[in-house]
Design a protein around this ligand. Structure first.
Ligand SMILES: Nc1ncnc2c1ncn2[C@@H]1O[C@H](COP(=O)(O)OP(=O)(O)O)[C@@H](O)[C@H]1O
Ligand SMILES: CC(=O)OP(=O)(O)O
Ligand SMILES: [Mg+2]
Length: 397
């Protein structure tokens, strides 16, 4: 018996769950949303139905980690940190180096920090989280669970870029993808909901939150995914551009008189996507509220939908078919009109969502109409459960 904490640092959020192990009972679950924006939202569920909620500014992930640690004691969820017997950390980039989760020693931590170029918005904050725990609990095992691991099954034809081959060999310039822990989880749930072995299915899983990616899963394995060398590629996101013509980078650097390429990448990572186009907000909730009288907010939502539809179409073609599509993560679990519009635009494939079934947030449900040829599923993701299982598997070795 023990308590394992799963820490999941996203680009705009810090999520955490404290589990009783091995029962996997959730003792506490918390989320700090809108990190770095005005009015961050802190929600912690604990005890028998108790809930702590507060709106306060949380300026970065370091502040979020400290807030989480303080609240665990303040709310008397823990008497002391010593009750924690294992910690699992979500790490976005593992490159070709980490094909599975690992127990974090000094070498692994250094490697995670060295991989920062592969996920600049994520790995530094996530490594900082590991360091924070190593400091307060030096003898408790930390396990790193990588977003990229699930995608290591992608065939070469799908992960290679059409650039000189030696850049792949020398520098690891290839597609790695992200959100693998989430895609893996929702795919296994989808197989259960469909009552079929995962190995027999073609699925398209849409993890659409602040960061967003779409994965083609064939025979239970990641076959292709929309994120690239870093999580900047693929569909449009909260603050990230998604796919653009690479020539725009140098063209805009010249126009904007930008000398440091990192400053340009920073614009594409942090000032683009929904917030860049709408000039209003990175949060879909804000855009939904104003879209009727704000043309740019409306355009941003329409572009977001268009990019999802494009990728689903691409993956239906690449897998030569699809059995089900899955909506998950912040937008996928909560934005009812976006789910409906995406499905309506994909009707050619036999995708059809029943508006009544779709009128729901955050629960597992088959949203399809009775005559839909391809199922549409709503599956809330649970990266933390996958993380805690890997802690159990590796810390006991
Ligand atoms: N009720 C809602 N309606 C529409 N969008 C929502 C809603 N709740 C959350 N979201 C969207 O989900 C995003 C957060 O997604 P999430 O997957 O939790 O984040 P992260 O990518 O940081 O892990 C928010 O930025 C917001 O756009
Ligand atoms: C990889 C990534 O974009 O993660 P998140 O959605 O949590 O920001
Ligand atoms: Mg996330």
């Amino acid at each position: 018996m023990g308590k394992t904490l799963a820490v999941n640092a996203g680009s705009s959020t810090l999520k955490f769950k404290l589990f009783e192990v091995p029962s996997e009972e959730v003792i506490t679950s918390g989320v700090i949303e809108r990190i770095g924006l005005k009015d961050s939202i802190v929600t912690i569920k604990y005890g028998d139905g108790k809930k702590f909620e507060n709106t306060q500014d949380v300026k970065d992930h370091e502040a979020a980690i400290h807030l989480m640690l303080d609240k665990l004691l303040e709310l008397k969820i823990l008497k002391s940190y010593d009750e924690i017997t294992g910690i699992g950390h979500r790490i976005v980039a593992g490159g070709e180096f980490f094909t599975d989760s690992v127990l974090v020693d000094d070498d692994a931590l250094k490697k995670i920090e060295d991989l920062a170029e592969y996920a600049p918005l994520h790995n530094p904050a996530e490594a900082m989280g590991i360091r924070a725990f190593k400091k307060i609990l030096p003898d408790v095992p930390n396990v790193a669970v990588f977003d990229t691991s699930f995608h290591t099954t992608m065939p070469k034809v799908n992960y290679m870029y059409a650039i000189p081959y030696e850049y792949y060999e020398k520098y690891g310039a290839r597609k790695y993808g992200a959100h693998g822990t989430s895609h893996r989880y929702v795919a296994s749930r989808a197989a259960k909901m469909l009552g079929k072995p995962l190995e027999d299915l073609k699925l398209i899983t849409m993890h659409i939150g602040a960061g967003a990616s779409i994965t083609a899963i064939k025979n239970g394995k990641s076959f292709d995914t929309s994120m690239g060398f870093t999580p900047l590629a693929g569909i449009m996101m909260a603050t990230r551009s998604g796919d653009i013509d690479a020539s725009l980078v140098t063209f805009l650097m010249e126009k904007l008189n930008i000398k440091d390429p990192n400053d340009m990448i920073n614009i594409l990572n942090k000032k683009s996507g929904l917030v860049g186009v709408s000039e209003y907000s990175a949060d879909m909730r804000d855009l939904e509220k104003v879209q009727d009288h704000n043309d740019k907010a409306h355009l941003a939502r329409d572009m977001y939908i268009n990019r999802i539809v494009r990728y689903v179409g691409q993956y239906v073609a690449e897998m030569n078919g699809v059995d089900a599509i899955v909506f998950s993560a912040g937008v996928g679990e909560n934005d009812i009109p976006i789910r409906q519009e995406v499905a309506d635009k994909l009707s050619y494939f036999g995708i059809a969502v029943d508006p009544e079934k779709n009128n729901i947030r955050g629960v597992e449900r088959d949203l399809s109409t009775a005559d839909a040829k391809v199922k549409t599923l709503l599956i809330p993701t649970d990266e933390e459960l996958m993380i805690v299982r890997d802690v159990e598997r590796l810390a006991k070795k």
